[in-house]
Design a protein. Sequence first.
Lengths: 361, 156
Amino acid sequence: MKATIWLVLLSALLAPVPATAITLEAADSRVSILGYMDLQYSFMERLPTCSTGCPTITSTPVVSSLDSSRANLILRVDREQMRAAVNLFSGNGYQSDGSGSQGRFEVMEAYGEYRHGPGLILRGGTFLAPFGIYNEIRYAISLFAPVVLSTAYEPLPDYAASGGLPHLVPDAANGMVSGALGAGALDYALYVGSGERQASGMDENRDKAVGGRLQWHPSKSLSLGASAYTANDDPLGTTIHGRRRHGMLSLDWHPGNTTVQWEYLRVTCAADTVNAHSQYLRVSHRIGRVTPFVGYDHFQDRPNPLYADGMARWSAGTGIEVSPNVYLKAEYHYHHFETAAVAAAGLDRAQMVRLAAIVVF
Amino acid sequence: MRVAAAGVLLGMLAGTVVVSAGARAEDASEPIVVIANPVFGNIELTRSLVRDAYLGELRYLGNIAIAPISLHERHPVAQAFLDEVMGMSENQFKSWWIKRIFRHGDVPPMRVMDSAEMIARVLATPGGMGYLSQSELPPGVPLTVVWRFTPQPATP
């Protein structure tokens, strides 16, 4: 299976002129194969970390890794008003130490969709929940933004270990009604999901998740969004966080070749174990094939021993579009932990460098 | 293994199709007509509307699902259309659609190999719109000619 997938990827890239996708077309249906994969070098200085309760703050080791961070293979079949799609994902496919998924592909999304018209689209299956600007394409965000995602979408790796949530944005949804109203001026999405699942992927809790997103487009270059989501991680009486509520505001503005993006995320839990704010502002400007950017990201979670007073990240970098199918990225990120206990441990500053090559088709 | 071989064949097929399209050159200095399925009736299909349709930014006009159809990217008339109507290079158009496919899950314009196939597809597809050399459009075909333009000669 794995060999088959990589042969398809390879054959697509060896085609004399790589197309936007491999597409087989018939009079009333289309089969498209899309691919995304990257190779990343990452250098990260020591980060503060601690286990729940945080008796002492220790540090993670310095990271210097080169690996295939993400690979996705997406099969879409469109037939008249219907669509079926499968999104296969492999993370850290080639880490030599045997960690990650070791090259195994897993099903990230699998769904069917019926488009009754622009204002009514029904979807069922398992798919990434619409939330904020990027959540439903978070596997391919590097195509649109820096390789290092904002803390709203990807908290630093020590956050969950220190008592935080495993993710601050919704995971998968299972049923959705969506559409565009007012000649495309307003997009809406309302969805339900199984909520928090076990590591096995099983849905063993009693409560289901609901969420939604509204995106208003007052002009072709401006989008304003609001997202909300709630779920309860009560897997058969072993509640840790209780009912959680997530809200996000988004601004996505594209004046000319410039892109300005701002998002603010708020997450709370019934058990008061999480009370998080995250926001970022990023400005990029495209000059031919080169798109430099600068960004600021701030994350705070008051009950968390590492992030009680917040953490700021300043970023600068650039993306280069070598061709429509190949992108290079180079980024520098500087982190400053504002919590006194972290500073006392001498771990309040950390630098990170990320280099990446991305191939899409 | 059989499935793997099919994957390789699929990629090779994509390449073969491109090569054969490149060999079929037509005179790109002839006037080009933008055509549409009669289902559009009296709706005025302006240049910016057609551009938005080919960019995937306009998918419906009323209850009509717009189905833009492109000649293959290496076809000289396709390149003239990209220059004159879209104001984009071939690479810029590809790059736009790659991002659009991932970001919005949209389906890019269907591609056809030549004018005869373009006419057949636009006729058979409610909401279909396309373009071709004016001389390739036989008289009496029940298609709406939206507008026509003459490609500017390339500057040396």
